[in-house]
Design a protein around this ligand. Structure first.
Ligand code: GAR
Length: 186
């Protein structure tokens, strides 16, 4: 379970924090993306990490997920960490990796599943936003929450200013929760 794959779709700042904190607790065996031009992939390559990328566009989701599954198994991956991976995994894929996929979501789940979490928290007048690391199940952002960090919403916060502060909390939370998860499931 210590061999971890990190799945990204974009800049990959959470991936970078997971890589920086690996330190024996887990090993980043693969960085994979559904976006061959994801900014984070270049960084991962420059670190000498194994990378894999394929767009589902054109080939369809089943073929894309079959190739992803094969790449993960070839890399000997035991745990998958979604880090800004913006594509829904199919029920079949989730079932094949049941209990071994984690995700970081920028809200205090069960509040604000899905998108635009910070705008929704501000609009609701919440005192705090935050982030959650949870187990991935077939229900979007619905699996067991393994860890959360709260961030106060300040007067004048916009979705962007709040997102930036929550991101700092994400970078602290995810490596800690992943290390604990790997230790408990090995
Ligand atoms: C992070 O804030 C993450 O929590 C969020 O996307 C951002 C990715 O940033 N994830 C989701 O919204 C998942 N639905 P990063 O690529 O710099 O890690």
């Amino acid at each position: 379970r210590k061999r971890v794959a990190i799945l990204i779709s974009g800049r990959g700042s959470n991936m970078m924090s997971l890589v920086a904190a690996a330190d024996g607790a887990y090993e980043v065996a693969l960085v994979a993306s559904d976006k061959p031009d994801a900014a984070g992939l270049g960084w991962a390559k420059a670190q000498g990490l194994a990378t894999w990328a394929l767009s589902p566009k054109g080939i369809g989701k089943p073929a894309y997920e079959a190739a992803l599954d094969a790449a993960l198994r070839d890399a000997g991956v035991g745990t998958i960490a979604l880090a800004g991976y913006m594509r829904l995994l199919s029920d079949d894929f989730v079932a094949r990796w049941r209990g071994r996929i984690l995700n970081i979501h920028p809200s205090l789940l069960p509040k604000y599943k899905g998108l635009d979490t910070h705008a929704r928290a501000i609009e609701a007048g919440d005192s705090h936003g935050g982030c959650s690391v949870h187990v991935v199940t077939e229900e979007l952002d619905g699996g067991a929450v393994l860890g959360q960090a709260e961030v106060a919403i300040e007067p004048g916060d916009t979705p962007e200013t709040l997102a930036a502060r929550v991101l700092v909390a994400e970078h602290r939370l995810y490596p800690r929760v992943l290390a604990d998860f790997v230790a408990q499931t090995s």
